[in-house]
Design a protein around this ligand. Structure first.
Ligand SMILES: *Cc1c(COP(=O)(O)O)cnc(C)c1O
Length: 402
């Protein structure tokens, strides 16, 4: 059967009709342990009662009003984000890429209103992923996402990650900002060394540049802190957030200091849907849970537990797993076998995990995952590794079918 959907995804032959906490119920009648969380989106798992209640209650009141009027739910969510971060102001969007577009426009506009319109260039880092709009593919700089889409948007310079000299050489009088993911997600859970992030901050201060952290994947509790920058001791001027912030409801946010945001005055930027009452109600409900005393401590503890179990898995299966990476509940396994084969073997054991660059398999369980779920994930991944080892042995036997 041909699908009426645009064929821009290579979808698995799998669909789910229901979810509950960390579990997904497939239309094939099988139950899957969800260690992908819709790519780090379902921060509180599926059908969390508090989120369901917030969404349905708001749904019967008002969904959308436009940003021509006050939206008290949004004021409240923004205030809570401000109270819990470095930021003074928040702009709400519908997606990560739009949060990044706001961040990049904000940085350019900051220099513009400072009387330096020539400062518009943004330096990004190899392996970056910032989204799929024309602006964010230029920022990400990855050939595979730029190919065939015409000239790359002007104003982005890319340097290798963790190469300070290359970075210094790339800073020119036109540079406006540096933009980085504190842990690169799509390119394989690559942690940027804290010392390097400190250097970025120092360079920004020295040259009057703005530091933008893309925390779309690392944010909202994923690493065991509300935002990953808290782990680094480095504070950005602008930060983009999305994925987990809506717990599955599409939304994003761009947080900034008042100084960095000063150029985006009335009429300079906008969105029809961004920050609508429905999204804001859900965003507030997500924060209700994540900001509960002790919740993030638990994420941190469970992250350590998961890391230990994954290290054990690697020791048991050195022919399958090469390296364990990550922080909190944002973990990666660099595999010896092709990561796609690992993902398929895991799926055969009814655990859903996600690929990334650098031959990495991402484990991004919902933050509400229990110790028992982690033990279950270990057992299933262990079985997947064992199955792959058996296959590898069979393939290595003399006379094995080619
Ligand atoms: C997912 C992601 C984006 C893009 O978010 P969309 O909602 O898909 O536009 C940008 N940056 C990072 C780090 C991401 O993980």
């Amino acid at each position: 059967m041909t699908s009426p959907l645009l064929q821009n995804y290579a979808r698995a032959e799998l669909s789910f009709e229901k979810g509950e906490g960390p579990w997904l119920f497939g239309r094939d009648g099988e139950r899957y342990l969800d260690f992908g969380a819709g790519i780090a989106v379902n921060a509180l798992g599926h059908a969390h009662p508090h989120l369901v209640q917030a969404l349905t209650e708001q749904a019967s009141k008002i969904w959308h009003t436009s940003n021509l009027v006050q939206i008290p739910e949004g004021e409240r969510l923004a205030q809570r984000l401000v109270d819990n971060t470095f930021a003074d102001v928040v702009f709400f969007s519908n997606s990560g890429a739009e949060a990044n577009e706001a961040a990049m426009k904000m940085a350019r506009r900051y220099h513009y209103v400072n009387g330096n319109p020539e400062r518009f260039r943004i330096i990004t880092f190899e392996g970056a992923f910032h989204g799929r709009t024309l602006g964010t593919i230029a920022a990400g700089g990855q050939a595979k996402y730029l190919e065939g889409f015409g000239p790359k948007a002007e104003g982005f310079d890319q340097v290798p990650f963790d190469d300070l000299e290359a970075l210094k050489a790339a800073i020119v009088p036109e540079t406006a900002a540096l933009m980085i993911e504190p842990i690169q997600g799509e390119s394989g859970i690559r942690q940027i060394p804290v010392a390097f992030l400190r250097e970025l901050r120092a360079l920004c201060d020295r040259h009057g540049l703005l530091l933008i952290f893309d925390e779309i994947q690392t944010g909202v509790g994923r690493t065991g802190k509300l935002f990953a920058y808290e782990l680094t001791g480095v504070t950005p001027d602008i930060m983009s957030v999305a994925k987990g912030i809506g717990g599955g409801f599409p939304m994003g946010a761009c947080l900034a200091t008042a100084e960095a945001a000063k150029g985006l005055t009335a009429g300079t930027h906008g969105t029809t849907f961004g920050g609508n009452p429905l999204a804001m109600a859900v965003g507030n409900a997500v924060l209700d849970v994540i900001l509960e005393p002790g919740f993030l401590k638990e994420v941190e503890r469970k992250g350590l537990l998961l890391k230990q179990r994954l290290a054990e898995l690697k020791d048991r299966h050195p022919g399958v797993i090469a390296e364990v990476r990550g922080q909190g509940l944002m973990m990666g396994l660099r595999t010896v076998v092709p990561n796609t084969e690992f993902i398929a073997a895991a799926r055969a054991q009814k655990i859903f995990v996600i690929g990334a660059g650098d031959n990495v398999v991402r484990l991004l369980p919902p933050l509400i995952v229990s110790d028992g779920d982690i033990a279950e994930a270990f057992n299933r991944l262990d079985a997947a590794c064992a199955a792959m080892e058996t296959e590898l042995k069979t393939a290595a036997q003399p006379g094995a079918a080619q």
